[in-house]
Design a protein. Sequence first.
Length: 320
Amino acid sequence: MHKILVTGAAGQIGSELTIVLRKRYGNENVIATAHIKRPDEALLESGPCHFIDCTEINMVAEIVKKHKVGTIYHLASILSAVAEENPQFAWNVNMFGLYNVLEVAREYKCAVFTPSSIGAFGLTTPLDETPQDTIQRPNTMYGITKVAGELLCDYYFRRFGVDTRGVRYPGLISYKTLPGGGTTDYAVEIFYEAINQKKYTCYLKAGTCLDMMYMPDALRAAIALMEAGPSKLKHRNAFNVTAMSVAPEDIAAEIKKIIPEFTLDFKVDPLRQAIADSWPNSMDDSAARKEWGWKPEYDLECTTKDMIEHISQKHKIKTD
Ligand SMILES: NC(=O)c1ccc[n+]([C@@H]2O[C@H](COP(=O)([O-])OP(=O)(O)OC[C@H]3O[C@@H](n4cnc5c(N)ncnc54)[C@H](O)[C@@H]3O)[C@@H](O)[C@H]2O)c1
């Protein structure tokens, strides 16, 4: 079997995807790579791990060659809020990192999974039921790198036959690893604060509807797309995928069913609010459903129950 390489393995998605891939394909077959942030012990002890900077093409090429890698899950990236604070840095990591991965994949004939994001849309995109193929004029550096990345992946497939595939993830909710500086981070923070403080101050205003997804669905989406028969894929990169469209008060209402004393208030951060306002309220993911059978399993109610259970266990706090 060809081996699998995960970049950004210490991140919110990578820390969980690596473990799921190892369970599915065997520990030794999944090579984790991290950068400055050190992965947790479970990841370090369960299989091979290297530290690389994906903006250095030789580092990427060396690992792919050494381990005879056949598939790359490229998750190394700078997220939306951090990218807006340091756009030059974000361009460098998001664009040159992806370019290097695609070039190495071209040379060593690897398949590549690259996540795009709801951030690839902008204010002129239809914000409700956002179609798969539509106007994409993002006004953030993160969004610009995501659109350019989608196009670059399509180009490498058409021009060089590299098997590139990807999804546009919505905001991801998870309890294992804290998010890395995105606009939807509140949807994770709110659970920690609900359990520890019984209150949360949200940096997005009430009524800000965004697509979200629970991490187990996000991991299933990535693996299902990479395992899908290529003949069915009309699109290859940037499939819209979503599980729910929610505003902060919707999550708060669901939390209150389990923690009745929980309260939510708001102190808007203009930077992140502006980013959120330029993103869809809800995406149409029918292309993913039709072309490779995408279907989420977790709605807001299941996600909330699972998040509270796991974070409470983590913090050894009883909520009942
Ligand atoms: N988490 C979400 O809600 C979300 C939503 C939509 C899309 N995505 C996309 O999914 C991918 C992974 O996101 P995530 O949430 O796991 O991000 P994250 O910030 O949690 O992790 C990214 C990782 O990339 C690493 N990294 C940064 N610079 C690097 C470099 N030069 N070389 C190698 N590694 C480097 C960081 O150390 C970090 O561990 C990204 O492309 C992101 O845009 C995430």
